[in-house]
Design a protein around this ligand. Structure first.
Ligand SMILES: Nc1ncnc2c1ncn2[C@@H]1O[C@H](COP(=O)(O)OP(=O)(O)OP(=O)(O)O)[C@@H](O)[C@H]1O
Ligand SMILES: O=P(O)(O)OC[C@H]1O[C@](O)(CO)[C@@H](O)[C@@H]1O
Ligand SMILES: [Mg+2]
Length: 324
């Protein structure tokens, strides 16, 4: 294999650029020609390839977003779309593809490999919702962004004796909410992986105020309501109506997807990017790189998908016991 390509797909995540840099530099180090695919699977179907050199990835290690752009491309989900992409790869003489993205992007990569084309996945999503890995690129930065935002909200909440409902991202997973809620000392954390009851949330707020607390923070994962953004507003309204407490709602939204990647995200992106290239060179295909128990691993897309993403509920219960 002389030529490989790399693309980013799905929601962008801090650290994707660091991973692109690692893929390009490691690929060149291994004597390969490396191409970037613009706009994810859409660009793959259109043959939107850019030849990358050492300078193409200069000065991006610290930048949020993705220099290759990312899309959600429904046309690629159908067999014709995948065949069109395979034809473009063949035309360019590319022998392997590295996909940096989430679970949907990996399903696309898996289908290309079923058709005989070598692909390797690098988990890149702030949601941390990919089965087969304990960590995904961008999660650490997103959690830090959420914690910093909640700390700021806490200042004003305390000054005005307010209750704040803060909605964080996580389409199907409560990882960001759990980590941000724990690290920001939230009174309640509402996640899809645990039962939630607004009466319990209200009781905990009341108990806090009775003990002299001057504010309450409730962190809600958008995934707790089937990925429906804005449900935090409804929870805020119910709390306000049932308690009469001055209750405000903040939806952190896409703020969590941007920003300079944390040192941890940069470290993991660099290692995962390089490992993906090494795996391709060794002849691996249809596998994703992951982190398990602190070690870099790789597993087949199919095998990883069987291992459903789970959350550590002991952290959830600990957070509840620490915020009584
Ligand atoms: N079942 C599928 N078959 C083929 N391609 C798919 C499939 N699911 C998703 N894809 C491709 O991957 C793209 C990204 O998928 P999706 O929108 O689910 O994001 P993701 O990779 O899971 O990332 P994130 O959830 O972090 O935003 C889709 O737009 C589509 O092009
Ligand atoms: O960029 P979009 O299409 O609004 O996607 C938002 C979704 O993407 C994510 O940021 C990452 O999957 C989710 O947390 C969120 O639900
Ligand atoms: Mg996803």
């Amino acid at each position: 294999m002389n030529k490989i390509a790399v693309l980013t797909s799905g929601g962008d995540a801090p650290g994707m650029n660091t991973a692109i840099r690692a893929v390009v530099r490691r690929g060149i180090f291994k004597g390969l020609d490396v191409f970037g695919v613009q706009n994810g699977y859409k660009g793959l179907m259109d043959g939107d390839f850019v030849s990358m050199n050492l300078g193409s990835v200069r000065d991006i290690i610290h930048r949020g977003g993705t220099i290759l752009q990312s899309t959600r491309c429904s046309e690629f989900k159908i067999a014709e779309g995948q065949q069109q992409a395979l034809a473009q790869l063949k035309k360019e003489g590319i022998g392997g593809l590295i996909v940096i993205g989430g679970n949907g992007s990996f399903e696309g990569a898996r289908k290309l490999t079923v058709e005989g084309f070598p692909t390797i996945g690098i988990p890149g999503t702030i949601d941390n919702d990919i089965a087969g890995t304990d960590y995904t690129i961008g999660f650490d930065t997103a959690v830090n962004t959420a914690v910093e935002a909640i700390d700021k909200i806490r200042d004003t909440a305390a000054s005005h004796e307010r209750t704040y409902v803060i909605e964080v991202m996580g389409r199907d997973a409560g990882d960001i909410a759990l980590w941000a809620g724990m690290c920001a000392g939230a009174e309640s954390i509402i996640i899809p992986e645990a039962d939630h009851d607004v009466e319990d949330v209200i009781d905990r707020i009341k108990q806090g105020y009775q003990r002299g607390k001057t504010h309450s923070i409730i962190v809600v994962a958008e995934g707790a309501f089937n990925g429906s953004v804005g449900k935090g507003i409804e929870i805020g309204r119910v709390i306000r109506e049932k308690t009469g407490f001055d209750t405000k709602v903040t939806i952190l939204g896409h703020l969590q997807r941007g920003g300079s990647p944390s040192a941890y995200d940069r470290m993991m992106s660099s290692q995962m990017g390089a490992k993906a290239v090494d795996l391709l060179v060794e002849g691996e295909k249809g596998v994703m790189v992951g982190l398990k128990n602190g070690k870099l691993i790789h597993s087949s897309f199919g095998e990883a998908a069987k291992d459903k993403h789970t959350i550590d509920l002991s952290i959830y219960h600990l957070a509840r016991s620490l915020s009584i």
